[in-house]
Design a protein around this ligand. Structure first.
Ligand code: GDP
Ligand code: IMO
Ligand code: MG
Length: 423
């Protein structure tokens, strides 16, 4: 009986989907606890690539239950499309998937509000995925939100209308040029609401209490990354939920003393999609190479991801905030062929050397201080055991482990399930 967490330690897209899929065989329940369709989690096996947005990444394993927890925000229209895409794969959704009644609904007007807010910000926009995440969490904390459980209640339509009307007034007040046809959007929304009813709605915290009493193992699947956390990320260029370990407690109803391992996942370099500070960002041929070889395009929006060297200052911070017990390093294969590889080990902050992630991560104030490593030429993507790795690659791995004082338990060398070395 235990709950383990798997969380991204950077700005998202670390490879969470792949590793959750690899680890699912050790768990009875895979549970998403925050975020929503802003997430894009990629899994690859048998030559097929799947991208999941709301559905937990354990869905391809018949024996596991997949729970969408109370901390998640759900767009029924996107959810319906996800289910549709998975239809050819013979998944028994009503048996292997369930949704917390306390999860909040993303309305079409939440998406419009997201767009209006971004338009009104102009150049200083967040670079949101425009899935309505911010406005939905605002309604949750503002105590105006509509939850999955409300769908079962007679007042649902009345509640919907009242909130949608309020949103329309808010959209107008932004005074931006946003064209939309709400009637059309609502048609899709209400049709999707009918469809989502085929998935069991449950009192998920109670389900979790019972399953823990029944000696079941739970893996909580994080979305986004620690540096996008609403409290600890590079605010305001963050998402609107707690992406860090504490989010799993509030987003599922898991007490902190039931959490055992915290798996922290990171790329061997750094990427970020959307706006906001990124101290180790590169604009040279190295960045182009990372982007091309790593296929660094957003799984949800298709936008190019910004690329740069590994930032150990930020990574140490994320390890501390989450209490990481095991690390997982992804995409080391992308760095093959780089003559030299750099790791940022401290910041020059307005002329002073600092080792911590400061309040204001302003790219104008921060200059990364690097330690340089010799690269490796070998293609490592087909390696099956640790002893076959080039020495320079293992030097890179050991350096990171020593600096972070946490073991790297998994090394991933490609997108496929099989390209995973468990140490
Ligand atoms: P997530 O949001 O954390 O699940 O990550 P994404 O799916 O958004 O992005 C990770 C991308 O890297 C996906 O395209 C994966 O298929 C791919 N990927 C995962 N692990 C590896 C790896 O070790 N090597 C390479 N080359 N690609 C990987
Ligand atoms: P996964 O789970 C990478 C980024 C957006 C934007 C900011 C706010 O796949 O790792 P939002 O739509 O939440 O209002 O956007 O956060 N962002 C992500 N970046 N991976 C994600 O999820 C992300 N989810 C949101 O690009 O900068
Ligand atoms: Mg992603």
């Amino acid at each position: 009986m235990k709950v383990d967490l798997l969380l991204g330690l950077q700005w998202g897209d670390e490879g969470k989907g792949k590793i959750v899929d690899v680890l699912t065989k050790n768990y009875d329940i895979i549970a998403r606890f925050q975020g929503g369709p802003n997430a894009g989690h990629t899994l690859e096996f048998d030559g097929i690539k799947h991208v999941l947005h709301t559905i937990p990444s354990g869905i391809f394993h018949e024996e596991s239950m997949n729970l969408i927890g109370n901390g998640v925000v759900i767009d029924p229209v996107i959810f319906e499309k996800e289910i549709e895409k998975l239809k050819p794969f013979n998944i028994n959704f009503s048996k292997n998937l369930c949704i917390s009644r306390k999860a909040h609904l993303i309305l079409p007007t939440h998406r419009l509000l997201d767009a209006a807010s971004e338009l009104s910000k102009g150049k200083s926009k967040i670079g949101s995925t425009l899935k309505g995440i911010g406005p939905t969490y605002m309604d949750k904390t503002g105590r105006n939100g509509i939850r999955i459980g409300d769908i079962e209640l007679p007042e649902f339509l009345k509640k919907y209308r009242k909130l949608a009307n309020k949103h329309e007034t808010m959209i107008k007040s932004y005074n931006v040029d946003l064209q939309y046809n709400l009637a059309e959007l609502e048609e899709d929304f209400f049709s999707a609401i009918e469809n989502i009813k085929s998935i069991p709605f449950i009192d998920s915290e109670n389900y979790i209490f019972n399953e823990l009493d029944n000696n079941k193992n739970i893996l909580a699947e994080g979305a986004q990354g620690s540096l996008l956390d609403i409290d600890f990320g590079t605010y305001p260029f963050v998402t609107s939920s707690n992406t860090t370990a504490a989010g799993a407690c509030t987003g599922l109803g898991v007490p902190p003393n039931k959490i055992k391992d915290v798996f922290g996942i990171f790329k061997a370099y750094t990427t970020r999609v959307g706006s906001g500070p990124f101290p180790t960002e590169l604009f040279d041929d190295n960045a182009k190479r990372m982007s091309k070889v790593g296929n660094e395009f957003g799984a949800t929006t298709g936008r190019p991801r910004r690329c740069g060297w590994l930032d150990l200052v930020a990574l140490k911070y994320a390890v501390k905030v989450n209490g990481v017990t095991k690390l997982m390093m992804m995409k080391g294969d992308v760095l093959s062929g780089f003559k030299n590889i750099k790791i940022c080990t401290s910041y020059d902050y307005n002329g002073e050397k600092i080792n911590h992630f400061p309040f204001s991560v302003d790219s104008k104030k921060i200059k990364p201080i690097y330690t340089e490593f010799k690269g490796w030429d070998e293609d490592i993507s087909k390696i099956k055991k640790e002893s076959s790795f080039p020495k320079t690659f293992m030097d890179y791995v050991s350096y990171i482990e020593n600096e972070l004082q946490v073991p790297i338990a998994i090394i991933s060398v490609g997108p496929d399930r099989t390209q995973t070395i468990i140490r």
